[in-house]
Design a protein around this ligand. Structure first.
Ligand code: ADP
Length: 384
């Protein structure tokens, strides 16, 4: 394939689309992006921005007709249009049928069960009333985690309900409930597969969550895991992408339970927040790897150049409006600090505005520097 003549269509123009377009630009690959506004992060860096909705059949269909390969940076796209485009011969990665399963957390969990892939036990519910009835008749017990089947993103659509007192958190839509997993670590492995079936996995990373925002706060690579668990995690990620038969990237989020078992939490068939460090810390970035896999090129080495910690740059609570980055100079004077801003002009509490990767051969040093970066660098707005 002559990649320099290939038009890659990306559904979604957020930061993932932006970083994918930047990687494509290195290879003179044309990127077309569909999203609501040119002012979104990918707008200034893609070859062509098409304004429209990736949830709308006609917009997606028309967009797909203009590109050679279609991919996504968000799951919540119109898959009916993708299925139609696929029937008409367009190359789409991830496959619309795989995407349909992953988009619905209920179907996703059923898939793991059917394929004997390890995941926490779960039950599916039509609505909130079904859950209330199940609690009354003993079919469901506290504590449990409720997940909306289709509305989840970045911690929204997930409720941890420990007792009757917390039932105010219950979501009324179709959902699944899971046992509360007693995990020692949350990790993620990003794996790539191309059309020839070549598969490679990036090293596992460890995620630390901010309990208030329920967003990843620190992401440490390599994860502090014994070698056998590292290996098992990679093998599980590979088994998962092979079970789905997907091309492109698959980010596999897992729990490591206190008794040393790996359970799949959820997957995303695209570039992922847990892979941002690869831009600076690995031989191949996740964005380049995604392009390699959807363009059916040889996959790149996933070797680490150095250990790293990634920090999401989130909008400071209490600040909404035109964005300012306080402490940027001080932060940039620290060795190994790589700042990535997404180009969002306004901030709001906990909005993902950028990320910082801290490189250091010693993960503990990287962690310490990450802590100070979090202290120094603030995403604020002088307008309240
Ligand atoms: P999202 O789609 O919002 O990322 P997740 O399913 O990953 O939703 O859940 C968000 C977070 O909630 C997880 O990263 C984890 O910290 C916590 N969580 C999810 N499921 C469970 C579970 N079964 N037991 C314990 N904690 C969980």
């Amino acid at each position: 394939m002559n990649i320099t003549n290939t038009k890659v269509g990306i559904l979604g123009g957020g930061q993932l689309g932006k970083m994918l377009a930047l990687a494509a630009h290195n290879w003179d690959v044309e990127t077309w992006v569909l999203d609501a506004s040119k002012d979104f992060p990918a707008g200034p860096v893609c070859s062509r921005f098409v304004e429209g909705s990736f949830k709308d059949f006609d917009d997606v269909y028309r967009f797909g007709k203009q590109v050679d390969v279609l991919t996504i940076e968000i799951e919540h796209v119109n898959t009916e249009a993708l299925l139609q485009l696929e029937r008409e011969g367009l190359k789409i990665h991830p496959s619309p049928s795989g995407l349909n399963i992953i988009k619905d957390k209920g179907l996703q969990k059923d898939f793991y069960k059917k394929k004997l892939l390890p995941t926490a036990p779960f039950q599916l519910w039509e609505n909130g009333d079904a859950i209330r009835t199940a609690l009354k008749n003993g079919a469901l017990r506290f504590p449990f985690v409720q997940k909306s089947r289709t509305a989840g993103y970045d911690g929204r659509g997930v409720a941890v309900i420990r007792s009757e007192k917390e039932m105010g958190l219950l979501m009324e839509e179709a959902s699944l409930t899971e046992e509360l997993v007693d995990f020692q670590k949350e990790i993620a492995v990003i794996v790539a597969r191309n059309e020839q079936g070549e598969v490679v996995a990036f090293p596992a990373v460890e995620m630390d969550f901010n309990p208030v925002a329920n967003l990843v706060e620190f992401l440490v690579c390599p994860a502090g895991l014994p070698e056998n668990i590292q290996r098992e995690a990679k093998e599980l990620a590979i088994a998962t992408i092979e079970a789905f038969g997907l091309c492109g990237l698959l980010a596999v989020e897992m729990f490591l339970t206190k008794d040393g078992q790996l359970l799949i939490n959820e997957v995303a068939p695209r570039t992922h927040n847990s892979g941002h460090h690869t831009i600076d810390s690995c031989y191949t970035s996740q964005f380049e790897q995604h392009l390699r896999s959807i363009l059916n090129l040889p996959l790149g080495s996933t070797k680490m150049k150095t250990a790293s910690v990634m920090v999401n740059l989130l909008g400071e609570p209490g600040h909404s409006g035109p964005v300012e980055y306080d402490g940027l100079d001080e932060c940039l004077s620290v060795e190994g600090v790589k700042v990535h801003l997404y180009g969002k002009t306004t901030t709001r509490p906990f909005r993902k505005m950028g990320h910082v990767t801290i490189l250091d051969p010693d993960p503990e040093n990287a962690r310490a520097k990450a802590r100070s970066v979090k202290e120094i660098l603030k995403v604020i707005s002088k307008v309240y």
